[in-house]
Write a protein that binds this ligand. Sequence first.
Ligand SMILES: [Fe+2]
Length: 183
Amino acid sequence: MTRKEALDSIKVNVENENLVKHMLATEAIMRALARCLGEDEEEWGLTGLLHDIDMELTEGNMVTHSTLGADLVRELGASEAMAHAILCHNEAHGIPLETKLDKALFCADPLTGLIIAATLVRPDKKLAGLEAKSVKKRFKEKSFAAGVDRQQIAQCSEIGIELGEFIELGLKAMQRIAEELGL
Ligand SMILES: [Fe+2]
């Protein structure tokens, strides 16, 4: 599967622009993680890009979310490893995270939300001037973007990355695609 094929399928299945941006942001972080860990950047990036492809089709129903997604990406030609990571990123299924790819997607997914929220409270609402230290501060403020699961982000330790380093890597990755994210 090429990135273009993945994006074409997203166009067909996802209308909400913010959801598409969330998937692009997750892709950017997954690519950066893969580079950092010496993993397959294309495989990790496409997993991030496609991970919520079924969110609208399943209408956010956590019972079916990501089961359909895993089937969809298999049809697109994704590897079984990619489909598994997508399947188990939805905790509702209770499927244990096994591989590094599973664990990477699981912690990268909510980091995008924290970084976007930290951007949107800035006067200029731009990613460019956002510093990692302020994202780290926001991480500790429990009432800030309360829906963002901090424990899930902190599971970056499971892939051998320290939280501060993970936030820095995620922020830089999203800053590189700021234009696409409209931030
Ligand atoms: Fe997601």
